[in-house]
Design a protein around this ligand. Sequence first.
Ligand SMILES: CC(=O)N[C@H]1[C@@H](OP(=O)(O)OP(=O)(O)OC[C@H]2O[C@@H](n3ccc(=O)[nH]c3=O)[C@H](O)[C@@H]2O)O[C@H](CO)[C@@H](O)[C@@H]1O[C@H](C)C(=O)N[C@@H](C)C(=O)N[C@H](CCC(=O)O)C(=O)O
Ligand SMILES: Nc1ncnc2c1ncn2[C@@H]1O[C@H](COP(=O)(O)OP(=O)(O)OP(=O)(O)O)[C@@H](O)[C@H]1O
Length: 544
Amino acid sequence: MNESQAPASGSSPGLRPRRAPAVSLVEIAGLIGGEIATPEIMLNGVTLDSRAVRRGDLYLALPGLSSHGAKYAAQAAQAGAAAILTDQPGAEMLRGSPAEGLPLLIVPEPQRWVGRIAERIYRDDSAGAEHLQLFGITGTNGKTTTSYLVRSILAALGRRSGLIGTIETLVGEQRVDSTLTTPAATDLQALFALMREESLDAAVMEVSSHALTLGRVDQVVFDVAGFTNLTQDHLDLHGEMTEYFAAKASLFSAEHAKAAVVTIDDEWGSKMAAAAGVPVTTLRTTLPEALVASAEGLAEADWHVRSAVPQGLGWQVELAGEGKSLTFRTSLPGEFNVSNAALAVLMVHVSGVSIEDLQAALDQFDPLSIQVPGRMQLICREPISVVDFAHNPDALHRAMEAVRPAHGDVTGQLIVVFGATGQRDQSKREIMGALAARHADVVIVTDDDPHDEDPAQIRDQVFAGALHSAWDDTRVENVAPRAAAIDRAVELASAGDRILVAGRGHEVWQEVSGVNLALDDREELRTALRKYGFTPEPLPEIES
Ligand SMILES: CC(=O)N[C@H]1[C@@H](OP(=O)(O)OP(=O)(O)OC[C@H]2O[C@@H](n3ccc(=O)[nH]c3=O)[C@H](O)[C@@H]2O)O[C@H](CO)[C@@H](O)[C@@H]1O[C@H](C)C(=O)N[C@@H](C)C(=O)N[C@H](CCC(=O)O)C(=O)O
Ligand SMILES: Nc1ncnc2c1ncn2[C@@H]1O[C@H](COP(=O)(O)OP(=O)(O)OP(=O)(O)O)[C@@H](O)[C@H]1O
């Protein structure tokens, strides 16, 4: 394990079109109802992060939650900002600063204009500019997975699309790690411009509720918006579930979408479909046997999963609707991945691809059998070893069921390695310990991101929960550091067993007391598997 530099500061992915735009400051002033009395200044870009400023940029010095962008205006000026937009308090902060001499636009609530300005600056008005088809996915869980699946289906159809999400941003050959799930409007519009420049024909992206609330997708109209599900999360920002729902629902209005595919497996899905202000295709993916058992009965849906038959770790699925049916395979474990795959298929259909063309691409290229970094990622087949991002009780439960389904003819023991993050919801620690002890044969409690908390204390809480609920023959161990816990899991495994390493997925840094330590569960698992004589799967082409 190496002590290492913190990942790059700032939240900008830093990708811009090569051809610099040229939009006058006067035009931007007119757009937002402001005035500027300076000679003509042409802008080549726009950013709200001083650390990402390039020569000729308009720097948006915005009030933030913890500071004011005007505080960083000197840095922006030094990096070559051509002008600054801010509010009155920001303008006052600029007095006496090295940035004072720059042309200044002052408007109340400048954050309201970020999307408009960014869209204008990066818009391509040239004749014949191609339309970039936009796919946006929202929901509490499944956004990342579904976006990779949509992109993979588009590739099977011979199309080149960019990807923007929690893990990474992909534009042609360029790839950068993501800091945000949905980038700031300035970065987003720059990415769209770069994608057009690279002759991509689509962008597939995750749309977080933060992005919808904070205006990061202002001026963006998705050709198809998709909804996965809604469960409790992010109430620190939204306060209540109804607010959280309302934030997500804003994606399904004419302001942000032309058409929608909404999964209606939970009550929020049905509400979302009813609230949508655009044409909606509904999708029900709950398997028939679960529905029969459900007191609520069948909700009407335009499309539904008619069957999902386990095949290896994945599924063979039949989707029915519009008097037609579609069949596909996915190698991804877990019933929830049947839902993600079905949503991805329907989003591509709703974007204008016929069922026939879609079926041909699904048959020929098997595009739903891919590896999504750190999401139910298969590292080895013997023993079946999976790394997943599940980091709350519900997700951990589902992930364990996916790796060793509760039903079916499955032998071998389930070994699970996980921990809990420090300085976050403490109540989930014992619950996760208890769940693991109920569903796995071997539970190895270890560290996640302790942040500034004592890691041993966090482990003790998880461990206590596990011990309390363990069956007589459940083995529960407390092992740190995490690499040693993964090693221990493999040491205890036979070829017919199943190992789940949960909680960190694609992450490659573990934060301990403000220091970032290099740690990649997938690498540690592969190393341990080789050490004990097993053969991991070949490395995927890109592992982020
Ligand atoms: C809570 C939240 O969303 N905060 C976002 C917000 O930060 P803020 O208002 O606190 O900004 P601030 O730190 O006070 O700084 C004020 C201004 O100065 C600028 N600044 C700041 C420092 C500097 O050196 N130079 C500089 O120019 C900032 O860009 C900002 O414009 O505006 C910043 C600029 O756009 C964002 O980077 C920042 O996201 C932070 C990093 C963040 O962690 N956000 C998370 C919660 C988030 O958005 N998550 C969702 C996914 C959630 C999920 O589904 O799990 C996401 O879409 O990623
Ligand atoms: N449709 C789904 N329903 C419930 N759980 C899911 C679903 N899809 C994935 N999961 C679980 O949630 C975890 C995160 O999945 P994924 O990254 O695709 O979702 P996300 O919405 O992008 O979440 P995050 O923003 O936390 O990355 C997975 O590792 C898996 O355990």
